[in-house]
Design a protein around this ligand. Structure first.
Ligand code: AMP
Ligand code: MG
Length: 414
């Protein structure tokens, strides 16, 4: 499995130093690359793993009748995300500077981004061939169709074919570069409030991927505008809780998956027995810890620090990339996730759809900053009021109050 490709075995919460005295002056960055540190251990929730008896784990999960109809799609999604993650792990290992291209928005795009999208599209098409595939995904093949993209396309095609071959269930002849371009371009759907649409971020947290840190392959299915299933493959996330700043467990590579009405499960990417996970049950916000983006540009850290102060949160923020935050939250590694993009940024549905169902099926709540549910039915973008907050049922009222007060203070100070 893929974890064998990950050479670094220790994890450290790096206590960042800063001259500021605010509560955001230190935080924990989760990185695979560092050694454990024992200083300044914050108060974290205990992980909430519920082991399934082996007779349950080895049989199909008992699901609510309402969710039965997505079984085939669920299986296809797990297979697609796991295979895509395998490609990403291989590319991350081999990552060369020349893999990085630039898009008009300057965000890095890698061979793995395109390869991951092509694999997911390929697997969904193969596994669900009876239905037309509508896929809302981040990448398109525009740059790859240019002369300057030819080498990259060759490398993507090679990685895609090698990865598909590792699965063994697809015996057809290898994909041509044109097949790969077509598979990538399946992702051009606009989504919407009717019918079924797959939603994919082929590599969420590209910056984390390039740094060698956290990233996720995030795949969800919308049915009439509602997220009905989601899968998050997090190749660098430790299987053990990342609550606290030391883990003795070295294994990484988590697959989270959730189907409406059926709860959230986690297993290792190499296919161990699933465990049912649950969000933290902390009711006192002083004991809570919170996740936010590693990238300052993705969320206003002065605002989250003000909210955390109001809640009496003592632990420093835990900053990690990607929807791995939703996965970690779903198993109770922390109690809150806050995301407040800078003015003008429009959130995309693929950055939250899979994470949202993973956390809500684990008992959590995800809303915008005004407490409204996230609406995935409006096309490629989320129509949001200001930001996204995620926590458990008990903490949501006080989190909303702190958010409202901090936002009011912020706007009155402008
Ligand atoms: P995270 O790793 O949680 O910081 O989120 C990664 C995602 O943030 C990427 O997949 C991008 O789609 C998204 N993103 C890119 N630019 C911004 C921005 N300026 N503000 C908020 N999110 C962004
Ligand atoms: Mg993303």
């Amino acid at each position: 499995m893929a974890t064998a490709a990950v050479s670094v075995t220790c994890l450290r919460a790096v206590v960042a130093s800063s001259s500021s005295s605010s509560s955001s002056s230190s935080c924990y960055f989760y990185s695979r690359r560092h050694l454990p540190t024992t200083s300044r251990t914050p108060k974290f929730a205990k992980p909430h793993f519920v082991s399934l008896p082996s007779f349950v784990a080895s049989r199909p999960l008992v699901v609510a009748a309402s969710a039965m109809s997505y079984d085939k799609e669920f299986a296809a999604a797990k297979k697609a995300a796991s295979l895509a993650a395998r490609l990403c792990q291989k590319v991350q290992k081999e990552l060369l500077q020349s893999d990085v291209q630039s898009k008009s928005d300057r965000s890095p795009v890698t061979v793995a981004d395109y390869g991951s999208q092509a694999i997911v599209s390929f697997v969904l098409e193969r596994e669900l061939s009876t239905e037309p595939l509508s896929l809302v995904a981040e990448e398109d093949s525009g740059d790859l169709r240019k002369d300057s993209g030819k080498d990259t396309l060759q490398r993507i095609t090679k990685h895609v074919n090698e990865t598909i071959a590792t699965d063994g269930s697809y015996s057809a002849s290898p994909l041509s570069p044109e097949d790969v371009l077509r598979a990538i371009d399946t992702g051009k759907s606009e989504g919407g409030s009717f019918g079924r649409h797959w939603v994919l971020d082929p590599i969420d947290g590209t910056k984390g991927f390039l740094r060698g840190d956290q990233y996720a392959v995030a795949l969800a299915l919308l049915d009439d505008g509602k997220v009905v299933l989601g899968v998050l493959a997090c190749p660098n996330l430790p299987l053990a809780s990342i609550a606290g700043n030391v883990t003795s467990e070295n294994a990484v590579g988590c697959l989270f998956y959730a189907k409406v009405g059926s709860g959230t499960f986690m297993q290792s990417l190499d296919g161990s027995s699933p465990v049912k996970v649950h969000v933290s049950d902390i009711g006192n916000s002083e004991d809570a810890s919170f996740f936010e983006s590693y990238e300052k540009a993705h969320s206003m850290q002065d605002l989250t620090s003000s909210i955390a102060r109001k809640l009496g949160v003592k632990a420093p923020p835990v900053r990690i990339d990607s929807q791995a935050k939703y996965g970690a939250l779903s198993r109770g590694d922390g109690a809150i996730y806050m995301r407040f993009p800078h003015k003008g940024y429009r959130e995309k549905i693929w950055d939250h759809a899979a994470g949202c169902i993973v956390v809500t099926e684990a008992g959590g709540v995800a809303t915008d900053a005004a407490g409204q549910p996230l609406d995935f039915s409006k096309g490629r973008y989320l129509d949001l009021d200001t930001g996204i907050i995620v926590t458990n049922q008990k903490l949501m009222p006080s989190l909303l109050k702190a958010v409202r007060e901090s936002l009011e203070e912020k706007s009155s100070s402008l």
